[in-house]
Design a protein. Structure first.
Length: 160
């Protein structure tokens, strides 16, 4: 048989869940990635592949769960032939916000990475600084530090 395994035979979810636990363990206490691969019966290369896409997978999983819960609220109200209650409406809005956040966050993290790369090459453009300020306000990891660095370097350039 050639090609991908059917989804029911795939161990991808198992590997990802193990990697999540592995990442949460302090570095001094966790086994190497190679040791983990041997323990669960796969290759180091495959685990490395899943590790690179782990954060994005987690966001997609959150989106799927939020959508499923949204559908559940609507289905219950429809099955009971009624409008949604105020409490269900609050839940619905919170879940919708979570779903949107789960879709947008990976894109914004990618944008932050691009800005970091551009900052290594030289001064940032005004639009990039604005985006960095927005990301820092939303407390994206590393955004505040990069913004501070950029503001310090621009102040030095203005002094010279």
């Amino acid at each position: 048989m050639r090609g991908r395994k059917p989804k029911y035979e795939s161990r991808a979810t198992e590997f990802r869940r193990r990697l999540i636990v592995w990442k949460q363990t302090p570095k001094s206490m966790r086994p190497s990635l190679r040791a983990l691969a041997r323990e669960i019966g796969t290759s180091h290369q495959l685990l490395e592949h899943y590790l690179k896409g782990l954060e994005e997978w987690q966001y997609k999983e959150r989106f799927r769960q939020a959508n499923k819960a949204l559908e559940g609220i609507l289905a219950r109200a429809q099955a009971e032939n009624r409008f949604i209650t105020p409490w269900e409406n609050q839940q619905f809005c919170a879940l919708a916000r979570e779903a949107i956040r789960a879709i947008v966050t990976p894109v914004l993290l990618n944008q932050l990475q691009c800005i970091k790369q551009d900052a290594k090459r030289g001064p940032l453009h005004g639009a990039q600084i604005k985006m960095l300020k927005l990301l820092a306000r939303q407390e994206f990891p590393g955004a505040k530090e990069l913004l501070k660095k950029c503001q310090q370097s621009s102040a030095k350039n203005q002094d010279n």
